[in-house]
Design a protein around this ligand. Structure first.
Ligand SMILES: [Zn+2]
Length: 333
């Protein structure tokens, strides 16, 4: 296993937050991209798609294997499930954080205490290489401000659906900044989030990308505009950059694919660190976009010497990046 780089001590304190029990509060100003927390799971929970009785058996076995102090800490965690299940399973269901793309989860004594916001200022991410959960600042966080993560991370859903999910899974009504918007502003926000989700669905549809790559990339451009207006700086940015990379790679546009992969890498580094396996993969694709398994799947627009215009930056770079008239010429020839 790789060396485990420590988070910086003294970045946060865990203290009572009005209406939320206890939560994380920044002890001093935390800069964007800072690793706030690095924590090994107290226990891992099985694939959540399995049946509940076998899940309980596995969790009970894990809890029994803990030391007495760890068991005390485990039973001190919140349980919002009430009589819907046993206390042990209730604690796990209330506090579990996902371990990457798998359906398994982990229970963390500290990370589990970070409260939710639908517009969070921090991001949790499982690092499979390190065997630790990481939490990074998504933007600068001032001293004495609460540190929040999203329990429905990176999912663009509207107010009503968010509230329903949070009530069902965690038994609370969210009153975060986004959920407290006046009705008109909330409806506008819901409309943008709905747009983001439907565009993501379309732009990741392989058949559509293969048939209409220029249209797909133009749709991803709209996602960035919507995310900016919405003030979202979470994992959605890295995902949109990667979708743009995939489209450019599939048409064999090495130069644009490289720029999008560099942006996906930079966004991913902020939220998960340079040592996260996905960040490392994005870094490699930024160096060698042609190694992507779908590279040139739609067509090969350019040869391998194709590079972005030298010295281009700012608005000129953006204009070049999103202008894909050349793709149409290649696809119709
Ligand atoms: Zn909320």
């Amino acid at each position: 296993m790789a060396d485990v780089p420590a988070s910086r001590d003294g970045l946060y304190t865990i203290k009572p937050i009005t209406g939320k029990g206890r939560g994380f509060v920044a002890a001093s100003k935390i800069s964007k991209g800072t690793r706030i927390l690095l924590e090994v799971p107290l226990l891992k929970t099985p694939d959540s798609t399995g049946d509940i009785s076998s899940a309980e058996t596995i969790v009970l076995r894990e809890v029994k294997s803990l030391t007495k102090d760890q068991q005390r800490a485990f039973f001190a965690l919140q349980n919002v499930q009430g009589r819907r299940c046993t206390p042990v399973l209730g604690i796990v269901m209330t506090n579990m954080l996902p371990l990457g793309a798998s359906n398994s989860g982990g229970l963390f004594l500290e990370a589990s205490r970070i409260n939710h916001s639908c517009q969070p200022n921090a991001q949790h991410a499982w690092n499979d290489d390190l065997g630790h959960m990481t939490v990074h600042a998504l933007r600068d966080i001032d001293a004495d401000h609460e540190i929040t993560i999203s329990y429905i991370s990176g999912v663009s859903i509207g107010y009503a659906e968010r509230q329903r999910h949070l009530m069902e899974a965690f038994s609370f009504a969210c009153v975060c900044e986004l959920c407290s918007l006046p009705l008109t502003a909330r409806n506008d926000s819901d409309y943008r989030l709905d747009q983001v989700r439907s565009i993501e669905d379309a732009a990741t549809d392989l058949d559509q990308v293969l048939d209409h790559p220029a249209k797909s990339l133009s749709q991803v451009h709209q996602i960035f505009e919507l995310l900016e207006v919405q003030g979202i700086c979470d994992i959605s940015i890295a995902r949109a950059c990667f979708i743009a990379f995939q489209i450019a790679a599939m048409v064999g546009d090495k130069a644009r694919a490289k720029v999008f992969a560099e942006r996906a890498y930079a966004a991913r580094k902020v939220l998960a660190g340079d040592d996260n396996p996905t960040t490392i993969e994005f870094k490699h694709l930024a160096e060698r976009p042609v190694d992507y398994h779908l590279y040139g799947k739609s067509m090969k627009c350019y040869d391998d010497s194709w590079e972005a215009p030298r010295g281009i930056c700012g608005e000129d770079l953006e204009n070049w990046l999103w202008s894909t008239d050349e793709w149409s010429r290649y696809s119709s020839s």
